[in-house]
Each structure stands twice: as structure tokens, then as C-alpha cells.
Design a protein around this ligand. Structure first.
Ligand code: ADP
Length: 463
């Protein structure tokens, strides 16, 4: 059964039950009221009937007058003499005849009081009252005045009809109101259900427009937000998938190139017609390409570990001057071979970080600086700025044009692919730098001017 039908049936049953209960209660209440009023009335009427009967002359008209009194009052009258024997019972009714002789108990009860005695028994269809008569004109001594309860309840027939008509009209209205109301309540539920089904089915593009200020409105907003979030997540997932596909394509490409060169060198060596100098040349080429593949895998493993292992960085306090001096010594000869000056600051600053990883950052930056500088100076500095330690690597090399700066730290991104490969680059050096610094809650910054040089710098927490 649909939610709409359930709601409609609940309202209809509840309201029908309510209306029926109220109607039945009203009818019962009115019956009781009528009976109470009837009791008061019969007592009053008995009093004046008693006065009337007492004054009747015991002659030929007695019966006629008695009948007239019964007819005008609407009661049945039974008259008993002093011995309690019935001598008049009007109007005559064969099935409802009064008792022939009055019960002694009743006659003594009547004698003991001046007012009328009322008998209303639940199982008796009649409402009966007795009164004593004290007539000098006729032998009547006791009078029984009775009326059928049905007669008292008579007005209820009309009232019941009014109540039942009202009840049916109300039930009709209830039906219309219930169906309309259940529609009003269930409409947003059905809309929400259909929207949730759409989202579950992967359709996150539609948005639910429920103009309501109640819980349904809030739920619709949450559902819209959920769809929006899913949409964004899906896009992000797509982007990551593309990135991953690109990443694998790049790796394949990066490995295929040196492998081709190695295969070519080996083929040449296999020919056996080469002199010693040529043999050395091909062996050196093969060795360089092997190193390149090796470096590539090393960088890839490093990057993968930064992506998956938060514990990869082991922070401690150390002097930044140590890795600076170490890297400067390592690259001194390479720089001077290219005729470049290597200027390194000698200031001690205590910093917090992983010294080995910071050393790798400096190594990647210095090796790039040397690679992409043909003339001039490479500078490596550390200094304090606004409570942090700044480490910078500057060169007077070829520089990087603006359009490359945004993507410079992406994996395998190079401003000039051929030149980078010639220089033995893997295209991962700066991505490794960025990953290491990100793991230190820091980042790498760059400013560069093509033809003038580049400056790379990063901040470290003071130790
Ligand atoms: P690679 O292995 O190619 O050096 P990197 O990630 O270290 O890879 O650098 C990416 C690219 O950024 C390089 O190919 C080069 O084009 C550019 N680049 C990096 N450092 C410098 C620099 N100091 N001067 C000019 N270009 C640079």
C-alpha cells in the first residue's frame, strides 16, 4: 500500500471513529436528558391531574371526563378505590392494562407522602408515577399515571436524523479533506523518494525544488547537498582517474625511451665491428640510461610513500646549515665543471623537520639549478623571516616562463621535455620536493624570469 493510501486510510478511519463516537455519545446524552425531563414532567403533571380527578363528580360523565383528562395530558391514567381495586383505566389498551389490585406496599407508600411517587425501572418500558387522591366527589383514592418511555424518546428520532445527516456529511467532508491532506503530506515524500532513487541510480544532476519551510524542505536541501557532494566527488574521481591514466602513460613513456637507447647500444656492441673508443661510448650510454631508470623508480617509490605513509617523515630539531654544507660539497665539482659559482651561506638556524628529506629537497633544487644554468652563480641561503626559517636556491639560468609555473610541480611536467631528458631528468624532481615539503606542512615557492634566472624557496618551522 502506498504511503498516500496509508495516510488517507489512517485519517479516514480515525475521523470516522471520532465522528461515530461523538454522535453516539450525543444520542445517549440526549436520551438521558429527555428521560430526566420526562420524569420531572410526569411528577408535575401527576400533581395537577390529581387535582383535576379529585374534582370530578361521580356521575355518568366521570369516565368521559377521565378520558378527556388522559387525552389532553397524553398519559395513561389508572384509578383505584380505597381498597386498591382498579375501577378506571384510560385510554383502554388491551396489552397494557393496569394491575387489577394495587400492591399493598405501594398503597402504603402512597399514603405516607403528599407528593407523587415516581417509579422508573430500567427494564420497564413505562415511566410510572403514583399519587394519593382525597376526593369527596368520587371514590378515587389512588391514581397511577404512566407513559411509554418510547413516547418520551420520540423527539430523539428527529434529532437522530439530524445527527446522522451531519455525520454522513462530516464523513464525506472527512474523505475529501483526508485525501487532499494525505496528498499534501505525501507529495514531498514521493518527490524525495524519487529523487533519492535517482541519486542511488547515479543521476546526481537534478536538484529537488520543494518550496517548504518544514522538515521536508530541510530534507530536500540535505538531499540536494548530498547530490552536489556526490557530483563533486564523481568529478574528482574522474579527474583522479584521468590523472592516474596519464601517470601510467608517462611512466611507460619514461621507461620506454631509455630502454630503446640501451637496446640500441647493445645492438651496436653485438656487431663487434667497433673500436675501443666507440665501445666505451655505447657502454657509457647504456650505463647512463640504466641510472636514469633507477632514479626514476627511486623517485616513484618516494612519491608513492608520501602518498600513502604519513609516518614517512620523522621530524626532529636540526641545524639547517648541515644539509646546506653537505649538498654544497656534493655539487661543488659539478658546478665548477660547468664554470658556475656556487655561493652558500654559512649561518646556523635550528629548524624542525626530517633532515634526510630536507637534504633531498636541497639536492633536487641544486641539481636543477646547475642543470638549467649555463653561466653565472648558484646561491643557497638560509635566513629568518617572521619567525620562520626561509631556505632558498637561486640561479642565473635559463628561467621559466609564466605559463609553466602553475604546473611546474606536477609529476612528469617539464618546460622542455627533450632538453630535460638530455640532461638525465626524470620530470619527478620538483614533485618529490613538493611532496616532502607538504608532509612538513610547508610548500615550495618559485619566481622566475626567462633569461635571468629562477628562485625556489620554502619555509621551515624554527626549532
Ligand atoms: P627534471 O627531472 O626534468 O629536472 P623536475 O621536476 O626537477 O624534473 O623539474 C621539472 C621541470 O622544471 C624541468 O624539466 C625544467 O623544465 C623546470 N625547471 C626546474 N628547475 C629549474 C630551474 N632552476 N631553472 C629552469 N627550469 C627549471
Amino acid at each position: 500500500m502506498s504511503i498516500r493510501a496509508k495516510l488517507a486510510w489512517t485519517f479516514i478511519l480515525l475521523l470516522i471513529f471520532g465522528i461515530t463516537a461523538i454522535s453516539s455519545y450525543s444520542i445517549l446524552f440526549i436520551r438521558n436528558y429527555l428521560l430526566n425531563e420526562g420524569e420531572k414532567q410526569i411528577i408535575n403533571d401527576t400533581q395537577w391531574l390529581a387535582i383535576t380527578i379529585q374534582n370530578l363528580q361521580s356521575n355518568d360523565h366521570f369516565e368521559t371526563n377521565l378520558n378527556e383528562a388522559a387525552r389532553t395530558s397524553g398519559y395513561r391514567l389508572a384509578i383505584y378505590d380505597e381498597h386498591g381495586n382498579l375501577f378506571a383505566d384510560v385510554p383502554y389498551h388491551r396489552e397494557l392494562q393496569a394491575v387489577e389490585t394495587l400492591d399493598r406496599n405501594i398503597s402504603s407508600l402512597i399514603q405516607s407522602t403528599d407528593s407523587a411517587l415516581l417509579f422508573d425501572e430500567a427494564d420497564n418500558d413505562l415511566l410510572i408515577s403514583f399519587v394519593g387522591l382525597n376526593s369527596v366527589h368520587n371514590p378515587a383514592r389512588y391514581m397511577q399515571v404512566s407513559i411509554s418511555k418510547e413516547k418520551i424518546y420520540e423527539p430523539i428520532k428527529t434529532i437522530r436524523w439530524i445527527i446522522y445527516t451531519g455525520m454522513f456529511i462530516s464523513i464525506g467532508l472527512v474523505l475529501i479533506v483526508s485525501i487532499t491532506f494525505s496528498r499534501y503530506i505525501s507529495k514531498p515524500i514521493l518527490q524525495l523518494e524519487s529523487a533519492a532513487r535517482d541519486i542511488a541510480g547515479g543521476n546526481t544532476n537534478q536538484s529537488l525544488n520543494l518550496d517548504r519551510k518544514d522538515e521536508f524542505g530541510t530534507l530536500a536541501q540535505s538531499l540536494n547537498r548530498m547530490a552536489e557532494k556526490l557530483r563533486a566527488d564523481n568529478l574528482e574521481l574522474k579527474r583522479l582517474n584521468q590523472k592516474q591514466a596519464q601517470f601510467f602513460a608517462d611512466i611507460t613513456h619514461e621507461i620506454r625511451n631509455p630502454l630503446h637507447t640501451i637496446a640500441g647500444s647493445l645492438e651496436m656492441l653485438q656487431l663487434g665491428k667497433l673500436d675501443e673508443k666507440q665501445q666505451k661510448k655505447y657502454l657509457l650510454t647504456a650505463e647512463r640510461q640504466t641510472h636514469r631508470i633507477n632514479r626514476l623508480f627511486k623517485d616513484l617509490v618516494t612519491l608513492q610513500r608520501y602518498d600513502s605513509d604519513a609516518q614517512f617523515i620523522q621530524k626532529k630539531t636540526f641545524d639547517i646549515n648541515q644539509p646546506i654544507q653537505m649538498i654544497s660539497e656534493l655539487y661543488e665539482s659539478e658546478a665548477s665543471e660547468k664554470g658556475l659559482n656556487l655561493e652558500v651561506s654559512n649561518a646556523s638556524f635550528s629548524v624542525i623537520g626530517d633532515p634526510d628529506k630536507i637534504e633531498q629537497v636541497l639536492e633536487n633544487l641544486i641539481s636543477n639549478a646547475i642543470k638549467f644554468t649555463n653561466i653565472g652563480t648558484i646561491t643557497m641561503n638560509a635566513f629568518e623571516e617572521s619567525g620562520n626559517i626561509v631556505v632558498e636556491v637561486k640561479d642565473t639560468g635559463i628561467g621559466i616562463s609564466k605559463e609553466h609555473l602553475d604546473r611546474l610541480f606536477d609529476r612528469f611536467y617539464r618546460t622542455d621535455k627533450a632538453r630535460s631528458r638530455d640532461k638525465g631528468g626524470t620530470g619527478l624532481g620538483l614533485s618529490v620536493v613538493k611532496s616532502i615539503l607538504n608532509a612538513h606542512d610547508s610548500d615550495i615557492h618559485v619566481e622566475s624570469d626567462p633569461g635571468t634566472g629562477s628562485r625556489f624557496w620554502f619555509y621551515l618551522e624554527k626549532g
